[in-house]
Design a protein around this ligand. Structure first.
Ligand SMILES: [Mg+2]
Length: 216
């Protein structure tokens, strides 16, 4: 059985949302008005991110230094063990995130994890505000459905997708997965929808859950 773990990044690999740290630091509190619009379902996640990241004007080095040195960026325990476990078992791990590619790559590099496939928002630093683009598997820019597009791609490639996530935007891919590991808002969403899932607090829970799966 071909297995792919599709894993969210912010709030999943990291305990807190890294982009919130960047926005709090470089935009100030006004970005949270847009967060409210997004959480109330009035704007899609891609539109929200383009809008608020567009208010960040600092350069790459400054933002990378902040992310790598902040005590608000904590990696959820067991992540390295999960990547080792998956490579031993021959499972693919793909990170698909609505966050920004620059900090995901910087954090993974800092952890010494360089072999993961990552799909996230392409970003261009600019003193006029960061430009952000979500590019789907077919190379076209997309505003909605980014995570599901990669779930669908994995399925088309013959993978059984296991989903790991924390947020409301993870529910769409979760609905398509053969198994879901959920925490925080995603866990709540799954329960509301009666979608079967395994709660997790760290990645050791995910490894245990994978071990107990009968994969034929
Ligand atoms: Mg998340």
């Amino acid at each position: 059985m071909k297995i792919a773990l599709q894993c969210d990044f912010d709030g999943t690999v990291t305990e807190e949302d890294v982009s919130f740290l960047l926005l709090d630091t470089y935009v100030g509190s006004r970005w949270r008005e847009y967060l409210k619009e997004y959480t109330e379902g009035r704007i899609p996640v891609g539109t929200f991110n383009k809008k608020v990241f567009g208010m960040m004007k600092a350069d790459r080095q400054t933002m990378t230094d902040l992310v790598l040195n902040s005590d608000r960026v904590i990696i959820r325990p067991g992540f390295r063990e999960l990547t080792d476990y998956c490579s031993q078992k021959g499972h693919k791990i793909v990170i698909v995130s609505n966050g920004l590619i620059f900090y995901i790559e910087a954090i993974l590099e800092n952890l010494g994890i360089d072999s993961l496939e990552v799909h996230a928002a392409e970003n261009r630093f600019s003193p006029d505000g960061m430009e952000v683009r979500y590019v789907g598997p077919d190379g076209t820019e997309m505003e909605v459905g980014y995570k599901e597009a990669y779930t669908e791609l994995l399925q088309q490639q013959g993978y059984n997708v296991i989903y790991v996530g924390n947020g409301a935007s993870d529910i769409f891919s979760s609905r398509r997965a053969i198994k879901v590991f959920a925490t925080a808002d995603l866990l709540e969403k799954c329960r509301e929808e009666d979608l079967e899932c395994t709660p997790f607090t760290d990645f050791h829970d995910v490894i245990r859950g994978l071990e107990s799966l009968v994969l034929s």
